[in-house]
Design a binder for this molecule. Sequence first.
Ligand code: AMP
Length: 186
Amino acid sequence: MLIVFIGPPGAGKGTQSARLADHLAVRHLSTGEILRHAVEENNIVGQEAAPYLERGDLVPDDLVVGIVAERLAQRDCQAGALMDGFPRTPGQAAAFDKHLAKTGRALDAVIELRVAREELLRRLMTRKRADDSAETISHRLEIYIRETEPILSYYKTRGVLHTIDGIGTLDQVFSRILAAVNSRAR
Ligand code: AMP
């Protein structure tokens, strides 16, 4: 099973997608986590990614597409994976489609977590993460609207998009997500 999770920073996609991956017993793949880890390790990927993460910019498509393709080919992702934060641009979505076609896999569902901007800003200001300074927060929100939102209509046309209201308790939001995943046409 392959599921993509999309949502602006602060929508709760990290928490909810990890929980859904646990529930479905599939690997949780967060490109943000992989990149932050690479930066900490200061390896080649980390060195290339670091300035983008610091600014709150997206890393180049090629870099992140390569990371995902490599991870999905590993044994722990054969039963499925939950993609948290990928794809994030139309270019990544197209490259992901190509990769899936080449490897004979299909995307089962795309979950969009939707939260109003004021609520996102409120949540993000109370979160403590290295790339969460006041400037990068609003910058990352702008980037989400400009780069990532356009891929939602792409997935909507293909009938795989489920838009979930991200306001509520963790349990309330999670049950909405589960209902969407269980309702999907097979
Ligand atoms: P996240 O943890 O998903 O909020 O991602 C944190 C940061 O990692 C983002 O602000 C980007 O700099 C980078 N990043 C994560 N996923 C991607 C992606 N799919 N494409 C480009 N950059 C990404």
